[in-house]
Design a binder for this molecule. Structure first.
Ligand code: G6P
Ligand code: MG
Length: 212
């Protein structure tokens, strides 16, 4: 496989906002008396906001909400989540990540973000990471969330490459599934490190330079 472009998941790969997601969902779950633990939060990796809420609601099947109520509560969660994001700074992205992205670009790779998050643009802005990437594909330009490959296919399109010329770096099983479905090279890091779907597993972000 001749890789010319690298598509990065954002949360859990370039930086980490999972704990903020947890705190915001936990606050809503407590309000609705739904049991929700950090272990449950792991299931929400790479999953869209509404699909995440459905997973949480499954912990209390007797609670029946209308679509309107679901939208309202998900918006409430997002507002709290964004108060945490507001506190993010460039220091929330490691030097290792910045140096590696810079080096990959110097080697001639096209770099893109492929994230299910509708807050990706805001997070990249807060951490001053926007300029490290040639394109951003996120929750705002897709209709189907991971494990559907749409977000990655769009990212490939945005940088003008065929899917087969792209690698996808993911910390979520759903993301690796999307990469496989999109005919891209699936590369795992973090929580997805031991996934059987991964063709390459990275111990550290900097290890990308050993493979690309
Ligand atoms: C990322 C995170 C998920 C989150 C999703 C949607 O994929 O890993 O945990 O649910 O984005 O995020 P949003 O910011 O749109 O609510
Ligand atoms: Mg992720």
């Amino acid at each position: 496989m001749n890789v010319k472009g690298i598509i990065f998941d954002l949360d859990g790969v370039v930086l980490s906002t999972d704990h903020f997601h947890y705190l915001a969902w936990k606050s809503l779950a407590d309000e609705l008396n739904i049991p929700f633990t950090e272990k449950d939060n792991e299931k929400l990796r790479g999953v869209s906001r509404m699909a995440s809420f459905e997973i949480i609601l499954a912990n209390k099947p007797e609670l029946k909400l209308t679509e309107e109520e679901k939208e309202k509560y998900a918006t409430q969660k997002n507002e709290l989540y964004r108060t945490y994001l507001q506190k993010m700074t460039p220091a929330d992205v490691s030097e290792e990540v910045r140096d590696t992205l810079k080096a990959l670009r110097e080697k001639g790779y096209k770099l893109a973000v492929g994230s299910s998050s509708k807050n990706a643009g805001f997070i990249l802005e807060r951490t001053e990471m926007t300029s490290y990437f040639d394109a951003i594909s996120d929750g705002n330009n897709i209709t189907k969330s991971k494990p559907d490959p749409e977000v990655f296919l769009k990212a490939a399109e945005f940088v003008g490459l065929a899917p087969e010329a792209c690698a996808v770096i993911e910390d979520a099983e759903a993301g690796l599934e999307g990469a496989v479905a999109g005919k891209m090279l699936p590369v795992a890091i973090g929580s997805a490190h031991s996934s059987p779907l991964a063709k390459i597993s990275l111990d550290t972000f900097g290890d990308l330079l050993k493979h690309f």
